[in-house]
Design a protein around this ligand. Structure first.
Ligand code: ADP
Length: 635
């Protein structure tokens, strides 16, 4: 359940749809880092001072060298008042030592504080982002899951969100280090000797331009790489889910090949990125080394023969020494820049995928625009409903109209693919109709809040889904606080109590992932018990007894009769005996209603229902030739 605050946050994101092209990193900062900006701000502040302290010793070294050992320059330090500096050379030596110690210890303490402050904020951003992304995925309508692969979504929720966290902890720190090192070294260099500083800045400018080119070169590669992570996940997820099938059909080597193919693609793109990074890193190194040589030549000449070319003034050997040390210090952040750019581009791609999730338009309206129903009478009406799946050209439901009065049992029958399940999914608003309307108690379901609409209904499908946990938890899924007596009663009414009681741990038996430790029929009965316990106003049984044997079905049938007596029930069934007692049966074929009435009326009318019935009771001789032909031509 998304909290109000989170809902508002997402609404905010949705209203910015026009702004889709916004840089995901900027989205990340403005939407998610903003609440923790004080932590990030504090971290930046601490890191700036840590850098300032760590970069001070080379200045002290250069000045001490010139003033104490060569004795050709006065002992003067940037940011240190002249009154603090001792007169005697030996005292100046101790003073320098004190400055070294303060710089090293102070820098470390500030670094610890800054890192912790940044990391705590990054983990909170990661948490918020993951929770919001999951809530968004959960709120998306069913159509989204038809087109988006589960592995891909998992990859976004896990890998991409984690990558963003790594960016905020590691890369953010590197960006700070780089910027502050450049800033502090720049300040120290200018204060020490502005003319030599200008020469020292030439190579970094070239490196900056080179970085810019590299960034645009690797950006598409990173997008491709993140996409490929999603593809691998999808493949693995699919295979693990269908592992039994893989083994039964001896397809291990085929599946291995498919994984190898996807993994090779990932390897190829990662290799291209790695090659670019290594070459770029060394090219940057080369430029830095050229800068080093220029400074050494120019500085050395200047110290020995006075200012060359258009330069003027004096230059101490200690200052040249400081500049050479700084040139190396400069090289480190510029080398880091390759990693930063890589990570920035990769995070941009990861962020794009996470924020892309937020931007997926939801076809189902938001609950705030709709009304809550406390209780439903259970009148359901389909009025000229038309629907086709977005990913398919075929019309799944065509001009369907019928009504279910409160308390009625409606049977829905028809061949496979006729549109029976789709009809029920429209009532649950997994999808919105294209034309016409579905109403409950005279209200268009699009005007009823999803929470109250679905709260009043229970659905038991053909493939019952059980969550990893105990039988008890699965039965009491919609009402976790239910007492043992209520849970047991629901299980008894669904014909499940007997086998649960025989299980070693009874209701506390673990069902395994998706209920693998249970048979299809047992899973089905648990999901019926879940619906019984939910006590809905409208009950939907979509082939709910298809997995159970005839004896169990007869048992469930008795309890179902009791269960459905006072509530509207839709029973989708292949086995026509299941719907024989229905107040009305709707016969569907290719998305259209081809018959309506009670069992007897439909038999009397002849047509599809009568034919299907005759097949099921083994009365094949009475089937018309054209129906037999039609069935034999079915795909
Ligand atoms: P039934 O329940 O009668 O067997 P369905 O309602 O499941 O039939 O399907 C009706 C039609 O809609 C079929 O042609 C089926 O292929 C199509 N269909 C069902 N689900 C989807 C989906 N998620 N995406 C695209 N087409 C679908």
């Amino acid at each position: 359940m998304i909290s109000n605050g989170e809902e508002t946050k997402r609404e905010g994101i949705e209203t910015e749809k026009d702004n889709k092209k916004r840089n995901p990193i900027w989205n990340l900062i403005s939407e998610y880092c903003q609440p923790y900006i004080h932590y990030f701000g504090f971290s930046i502040f601490a890191m700036l001072f840590a850098r300032g302290l760590w970069l001070f010793p080379p200045v002290v070294l250069g000045v001490s060298f010139d003033a104490i050992f060569l004795e050709d320059q006065p002992y003067q330090l940037p940011f240190i008042p002249v009154t603090w500096i001792p007169e005697q050379q030996i005292d100046q030596l101790w003073f320098s030592l004190g400055l070294f110690i303060i710089s090293f210890i102070g820098g470390s303490v500030l670094y610890i504080i800054g890192s912790l402050s940044r990391d705590i904020a990054a983990y909170r951003v990661q948490h918020d982002l993951r929770v919001d992304a999951y809530a968004t995925v959960q709120a998306l309508d069913a159509g989204f899951f038809d087109s988006q692969k589960t592995g891909e979504i998992m990859s976004i929720l896990n890998n991409d969100v984690n990558h963003i966290e790594r960016f905020l902890t590691s890369t953010f720190g590197k960006i700070n280090d780089t910027l502050f090192t450049i800033l502090m070294v720049g300040i120290y260099m200018i204060t020490l000797h502005w003319q030599l500083a200008i020469v020292g800045f030439i190579t970094p400018i070239f490196i900056g331009l080179f970085n810019y080119w590299y960034s645009s070169y690797v950006e598409p590669k990173h997008q491709h790489r993140r996409q490929q992570v999603g593809n691998i996940n999808t493949r693995i997820e699919n295979n693990l889910g269908g592992m039994h099938l893989v083994k039964i059909y001896n397809q291990e080597s085929h599946e291995n090949k498919r994984i190898i193919k996807e993994s090779e693609k990932y390897q190829a793109i990662s290799w291209a990125v790695a090659r670019a990074r290594v070459f770029f890193g060394q090219a940057t190194n080369l430029l830095m080394n050229i800068g080093y040589i220029i400074l050494f030549l120019l500085g050395g000449y200047w110290v020995l023969y006075g200012p060359p070319l258009f330069f003027s003034g004096s230059l101490g050997a200690g200052t040249v020494l400081t500049f050479l040390v700084y040139n190396n210090r400069f090289s480190y952040p510029f080398k880091q820049m390759t990693i930063i750019i890589d990570s920035y581009q990769e995070t941009k791609a990861a962020g794009g995928r996470v924020f892309g999730l937020f931007e997926k338009s939801r076809t189902v309206q938001r609950d705030s625009e709709t009304m809550n129903l406390q209780k439903m009478d259970g009148q359901v009406e389909y009025n000229n409903v038309e629907f086709s799946y977005k990913n398919s050209d075929e019309i799944s439901i065509s001009h369907i109209s019928f009504r279910a009065n409160p308390g009625e049992m409606i049977g829905i029958v028809g061949p496979t693919g006729a549109g029976k399940s789709t009809l029920m999914k429209l009532l649950l608003r997994f999808y919105d109709v294209d034309n016409g309307e579905v109403s409950v108690d005279g209200r268009n379901i699009q005007d009823i809040s999803l929470k109250s609409l679905r709260g009043g209904m229970s659905y038991v499908g053909q493939e019952p889904y059980l969550f990893d946990g105990t039988i008890r938890e699965n039965i009491a899924y919609s009402r976790p606080d239910s007492s043992d007596t209520i849970i047991k009663e629901a299980a008894q009414r669904a014909g499940a109590h007997e086998f649960i009681d025989k299980s070693p741990n009874g209701y506390e038996t673990k069902v395994g992932e998706r209920g693998v430790k249970l048979s299809g029929g047992q899973r089905q009965r648990i999901s019926i018990a879940r619906a019984v316990l939910d006590d809905p106003d409208i009950l939907i049984l979509d082939e709910a007894t298809s997995h159970v044997d005839n004896k169990t079905e007869a048992h469930i049938q008795n309890s179902l009769e009791e269960l459905i007596c006072d509530r509207t029930t839709f029973v989708v069934a292949h086995r026509l005996s299941t719907v024989r007692q229905a107040d009305r049966i709707i016969v569907l074929d290719q998305g259209e209603v081809v018959g309506k009435g009670t069992h007897e009326e439909l038999l009397e009318q002849g047509g599809l229902y009568a034919n299907l019935w005759n097949i099921q009771v083994g009365n094949v001789d009475s089937l018309p030739d054209e129906f037999i032909q039609q069935v034999s031509q079915m795909k």
